[in-house]
Write a new protein. Sequence first.
Length: 308
Amino acid sequence: MSLRWLTSIVLVCLAAVPDAWGRVPPESPFYEEAGEGRSLKNLFKAKTKPPAAEEDIYAMARSYYEGRPTWLGKKYPEQAEKYRNNKWYRAYYFRIDYQKCIELFQKLVYEYPFTRHLADADYFIAESHFKLKEYEVALQAYQDFLVRHPKDPRVEYVYYQIGLCHWNSRIKNPLRDQTETEAAVAAFKTLLTIFPSGQYADKARNYVKLGNQSLSERELKVGDFYFKRKEFWSASLRYHYAWVEFPEATKADYARYREALCFEKMGRSDDAAKSYQGLLDSYPESSYRKEAQKYLENAKKPVKKVEQ
């Protein structure tokens, strides 16, 4: 029998048996009716896990933020709880992963956009970025939290954290850009305006004081620079701004004294006398009061006429 005849016979048999094209006998242990998911194609298909439940994702995310017990933590749970808030020994008993926490909370919000844990998710995402010292991202996350959850009981704390994000991002050298310092002072003042006697009011006032001190130092250093170059008018403007804007800074009396000295150097005796008098009135305990008193005493003396 030739190959052509053999091929024809095979094709006729296949045409007569429709199950051979896609449907297989139900008694076969490896196949079933089409559409039930047990074809050869599906046998080698990658298995997909069912989506995790909302509460499971939330619990897992919180555990990564608060710390998952290590082997030692599981073996000695009472001792682990004792050292949970101790930054030196906590790592032995708990494993904290803020990045994993962020990923899980983002997954929770993505898969369950109307979850009852939405406020917690936004809050812990911001907190995790702050813990990772990603202050710029944390700042945006805190601001988003205020927009989405303005009546949440953690709002005061979030305002405080916004100030800390700016504060921790600042440049400590007063001669460098102090934009973040100014933003931090403004944020803490906002907190004091909304919560004048809140839980974080005292801390906010302290940061405002430190921020104003840093900004005052910048003005004084720039003023000293101009003074050394004998640009007394420019120096006087800096000194004036320093004591007017930051009267409670530690060197406010120095700023007023140097302003008077600039007027004295420029020959503006009336302005110098006013500045010296203001120094004595505002800062009676200043270490520069003797210089001020001496100038004012000399200014009151009549000028001797020079004989021709």
